[in-house]
Design a protein around this ligand. Structure first.
Ligand code: ZN
Length: 140
């Protein structure tokens, strides 16, 4: 298995996502939650996609969920990713009810080693450029 250290994507946080990346730097996974309707949502944005309120805040996620889907990437032309092939991109449904795109680590990038609906938990990958990338690994 290739080392996670080769995975060095370029991160360019949008203003709406700045709290997400600031929390990640402290190895915490935070997600937006609407204050009036109480629902979580993702991706980060200035207003709640469920009720339209601009009164949104951030809460810490438990960092646990299930693998919704994945793709084993054998080729990439993206600097910071090309060197890391093969690697696994994934969609994770957090227990809070939101779906994130991320990377699956800690498992061989082989189809028979990864199962949709497997339990996963967040981990944090400190990049060489100073950002920290939330990634997911099998929970067991
Ligand atoms: Zn709302």
């Amino acid at each position: 298995m290739r080392g996670i250290d080769l995975l060095q994507p370029s991160i360019s946080p949008s203003p709406d996502a700045a709290p997400f990346w600031a929390a990640a730097a402290q190895h915490r996974l935070e997600i937006p939650r609407c204050n009036p309707c109480g629902r979580h949502f993702f991706y980060p944005r200035a207003l709640c996609p469920l009720c339209g309120s601009r009164d949104v805040g951030w809460v810490e996620s438990a960092g646990t969920g299930v693998l919704y889907s994945f793709c084993i990437q054998h080729r990439s032309s993206v600097p910071g990713l090309a060197e890391a092939t093969p690697f696994v991109t994934c969609l994770v449904d957090l227990d809070e009810g939101v779906r994130l795109m991320s990377f699956l680590v800690g498992v061989p990038p082989e189809p028979d080693q990864i199962t949709c609906a497997m339990r996963v938990r967040v981990d944090f990958h400190d990049l060489r450029d100073g950002h920290t990338l939330p990634v997911f690994r099998p929970a067991s």
